[in-house]
Design a protein around this ligand. Structure first.
Ligand code: NAD
Length: 296
C-alpha cells in the first residue's frame, strides 16, 4: 500500500533514473518502518484456515507478526498452512482449534495465545458463516449459530483480549463485518443482524478504549471470492439452471457498481494498514471495501 507510513512522506513521482531510485529507497524505508512497527507483535486471527482470514494472517506474518491460526479444516492441510507461514515469513505460527460458537473455547484460545506468545496485540474477529432463507423459513438453530459465530464470538474474544492489551497500552481489534453491516439484503436476516451488531460493538470498543493505545475498527467488504461466496454462487447456478460463470458475474452485478470481486489479499493489506502507525487515530470506523456497494 502506497500510504505514508509514520513520519515519512512519499517522494514526488518522476520518470528519471534518480526518481526511480528515490522511489525504491522510499518504499524500502517505509517497509522497514512498518516491519519495525509490527515485528514481534502477536496476532490472533479467527477463522483463518480459509479465505479472508487466511489472507489477513499471511499479510500480518509478512510484516513480522507471530500468528495464531484458528478455524476448521483437514488437520494435514492446516499444518501445511501453519508451517508455510512460519517458514516463509520467519515468524512463530501456531494453530488453536477453538470453536468460535463456544464462549469457553474462545476464552481458552485467547489465554493459550497469551501463554505461548506472551501477549495478544492484534485480534482479528473474522470467523463467519452464512445462511440464506426468508425469515418465515429461517431455521432457528441456524439463526443462533450465525449470531454466535459472527457476533457473540467477537464480544467474547474482545472481552478476553482487552485486559491484556490495556496492560501493554497497545492493541488493535479488527472486526470483519460486511457491506451487510451497513445495508441489508433479503433472506439474510441472521447475517445482516450479526454484521450490523458487529459494527455497533466496534464503536463501543473504540470509545471505551480510546485512551488505552487501542483502536477497534470494522472492515466492511463487498463481494470477495472465497469458499463462503463460491457456495452461494454454486447454489444460484443450481437454482436458476445457469452456468457457474454466469452466476458469478450476475452476483457481483446485482450489488456493486464496480464489477470486480475484491481479493482476500486486498483485505489483508487493509488490515495491515489499520495495525500501523498511520492508522493510530482511526478508531470506531466501518471501512468499506466494496466496489461502491453502499455508496448507492
Ligand atoms: P470462508 O468460509 O472462506 O472462511 C471462514 C473461516 O471461518 C474458515 O476458516 C472456517 O473454518 C472458519 N469458521 C467457520 N465457523 C467457525 C467456528 N465455529 N469456529 C472457528 N472457525 C470457524 O469465508 P470468508 O469469505 O473468508 O469469510 C470470512 C469473513 O469475512 C466472515 O466473517 C464473512 O462474513 C466476512 N465477509 C466475507 C465476504 C465475502 O464476500 N467472502 C464479504 C463480506 C464479509
Amino acid at each position: 500500500m502506497q500510504t505514508p507510513i509514520g513520519p515519512l512522506a512519499p517522494p514526488t513521482p518522476g520518470c528519471s533514473l534518480v526518481g526511480d531510485l528515490i522511489g525504491a529507497l522510499y518504499n524500502r524505508i517505509a517497509r522497514s518502518w512498518r516491519e519495525l512497527m509490527l515485528k514481534g507483535k502477536s496476532a490472533v486471527v479467527t477463522g483463518s484456515t480459509s479465505g479472508i482470514g487466511l489472507a489477513i494472517a499471511g499479510a500480518l506474518a509478512a510484516e513480522g507478526c507471530d500468528i495464531v491460526l484458528n478455524g476448521f479444516g483437514d488437520p494435514a492441510a492446516i499444518e501445511r498452512l501453519r508451517a508455510g507461514l512460519a517458514e516463509r515469513h520467519r515468524v512463530r505460527a501456531i494453530y488453536l482449534p477453538a470453536d468460535m460458537a463456544k464462549p469457553a473455547e474462545i476464552r481458552a484460545l485467547i489465554a493459550e495465545a497469551a501463554r505461548q506468545f506472551g501477549a495478544v496485540d492484534i485480534l482479528v474477529n473474522n470467523a463467519g458463516i452464512q445462511h440464506v432463507a426468508p425469515i418465515v423459513a429461517f431455521p432457528e438453530e441456524r439463526w443462533d449459530a450465525v449470531i454466535a459465530i459472527n457476533l457473540s464470538a467477537a464480544f467474547h474474544a474482545a472481552k478476553a483480549a482487552l485486559p491484556l492489551m490495556i496492560a501493554r497500552r497497545w492493541g488493535r481489534i479488527i472486526n470483519i463485518a460486511s457491506a451487510h453491516g451497513l445495508v441489508a439484503s433479503g433472506e439474510k436476516a441472521a447475517y445482516v443482524s450479526a454484521k450490523h451488531g458487529l459494527v455497533g460493538l466496534t464503536k463501543v470498543a473504540a470509545i471505551e478504549n480510546a485512551n488505552h493505545g487501542i483502536t477497534c475498527n470494522a472492515i466492511c467488504p463487498g463481494w470477495v471470492l472465497t469458499p463462503l461466496v463460491e457456495q452461494q454462487i454454486e447454489a444460484r447456478a443450481r437454482d436458476q439452471g445457469i452456468a457457474v460463470e454466469q452466476a458469478r458475474a450476475d452476483l457481483v452485478r446485482e450489488k456493486q457498481p464496480m464489477l470486480d470481486y475484491t481479493t482476500p489479499e486486498k483485505i489483508g493489506a487493509l488490515a495491515v494498514f489499520l495495525c500501523g502507525e498511520a492508522a493510530s487515530t482511526i478508531t470506531g470506523a466501518a471501512l468499506s471495501i466494496d466496489g461502491g456497494w453502499v455508496a448507492q
